[in-house]
Design a protein around this ligand. Sequence first.
Ligand code: G3P
Ligand code: CA
Length: 388
Amino acid sequence: MSDGGTEGRKPGRRAVLGAAALGGAVAAAALPGTARAAGASGGGASGPGGRLPNPAVIAHRGASGYRPEHTLGAYQFALDMGADVIEQDLVPTKDGHLVCRHENEIGGTTDVADHPEFAARRTTKTVDGAQITGWFTEDFTLAELKTLRATERIPDVRQRNTLYDGRWEVPTFEEVLQWAERQRRGTGRAVWLHVETKHPSYFRSIGLELEKPLARLLRRYGRDKSNSPVFLQSFEPTSVERLAGLVRSPGVVLLGGASSRPWDFVEAGDPRTVADLVTPEGLAWIAGFAKGLGPTLDLIIPKDSTGKLLEPTTLVRDAHDAGLVLHPYTMRNENSFLPLDFRKGTDKAQYGDAFGAFQAYLATGIDGIFTDNPDTGLLARDEFLARG
Ligand code: G3P
Ligand code: CA
């Protein structure tokens, strides 16, 4: 397999930082290894994972603002920048291997369309109620998938990333665990991972359950403990619940827009929406099997119809009251992804005032943030903590 390039990690930016204002005691209690005390400094590991800075900068799909997402190149670059946590989204192959892709449809993130031998695999499927046409990981063996190369998902916004098209394979999660272990041996510091099960009900329905194979890998690589340097996330609460029955690694329930319903709820006829899950009752239910929430940023600070930020909700306080940490998603530097308040000009691909947007979100007291631009997030976090 091709590797992530610069293997040796640069030292420096991973010192444990001080705490954000809100929820520190709760978060520290809920999540061993999370450093919340203001002025806390390096070391002080309370478990195999060591202390995680708070607020943590989570590299969303790797440093996906700069490299094609979910490649060892994107993960390595994020780690070299000093990201605190590196995210993987997991889907299965036909022969049951877990691979890192945001979606099981891989037409937009690999060169599969350029492989005539796979032309007949192009098909239309219904996944979580949505009809999708393309090529699907579950129709490929791992050996077949390994003949593909990753490409940039949004070349119109991130033309520079296309420079790296074709450079990296689709990594398996096991390869990522091995890469993380090599990094740990080289630096003495654990690499925190944030691992998402994608479409778990759909995959279960076609005989490709995600949770058990994931739990097996976590056990094999020693990441199955409550203080392991890993978070296990899903938009389907029952997937997080299942994982909690298999391993002790901390779970995080992802939340979409307020009116949305987790797909496992839809299938089970559970009428609750995300709006129900962010009530004190809903949060108490989640806290019964998870340690955290991964809400869309709009649940932290909603926007008006023009895209301008409104007042923050009470979700940060309410989640902390329930003993849950918050890792919202996703901050990106480009205008097209920023709140209207922070856009500069009209070019969707140009950077806006991402630092301003980071400050607005960090000020709410969140415990971490997913970002495609970990370097920007780290500088913003420094600035935020320096302000006290
Ligand atoms: O998992 C956090 C964030 O990545 C959720 O959104 O769609 O990018 O996986 P998505
Ligand atoms: Ca994800």
